[in-house]
Design a protein around this ligand. Sequence first.
Ligand code: HEM
Length: 232
Amino acid sequence: MNQLRLFGVERLGREGWEAAAAAAGVPGGPFHVGETYPDEWMFALVMQASRASGLPVAVVLEEFGAFVAPALLRVYEPLVDPAWRTLDVLEHTERAIHTAVRARMPGAAPPALASRRVADDQVEIDYRSARRLCWVAKGIARGLAAGFGERIEIEEPECMHRGGERCLLRFRWLGRVEPGEGGAVGEAAIAGGVGSVRDGADGVELGDSDEVADVDAGAASGDPSDFWSGGA
Ligand code: HEM
């Protein structure tokens, strides 16, 4: 939650974030690591951030995923093999990272991800979670790729928001970002492992993703308890 607050303050400014929280009728933070907060707060804050920014909820969530990726890697660095790059992290997140998060952080409930390395350049993940936050998953993947200076393509042939019983996420490695290509994304490349991942993953362009634009996640019912009902 505190990462959501940092993200909101970065994008909306402190006053904008406070106003969004007030409109959502929930605290805007600060939130404390190790404490758990109701999912409804998170959904309400995201919904208001979407209204305030004019961006669809899907885009806000994906950008948040990209924003949080470097911090996740940094905080959990001991669990991440320094030789891993984007696809390796995606392949090993469940076994090496989410499992440890569940064991170490009471109350934290990262989703069960079933990952498969279907080819050298391709990883598939079955994502299942009542929260239905596949956009966050895609954003994390984009944030990882930006941090590692790599280009990836993401497809989602099945999605819980389109009636699927899971989200099937397919990640394909397209190569390294070449110098001069991709602007700030290239600058964010990691020279020597995850220790030097830059904060913020700025420069990551997420709003142009077709699959994000395709999904109407407006879900602006005003009632966080049926957050997704308007967009599902
Ligand atoms: C260094 C890597 C990672 C770390 C340390 C990490 C850790 C976490 C933590 C702490 C949460 C919050 C759980 C809670 O408070 O209940 C979370 C949630 C989540 N993670 Fe990860 N994660 C990592 C990588 C990934 C990757 C690669 C994906 C998918 C591509 C992913 C997908 C998600 C999603 C979608 C959520 C939202 C909660 C939900 O869907 O139920 N994570 N993760």
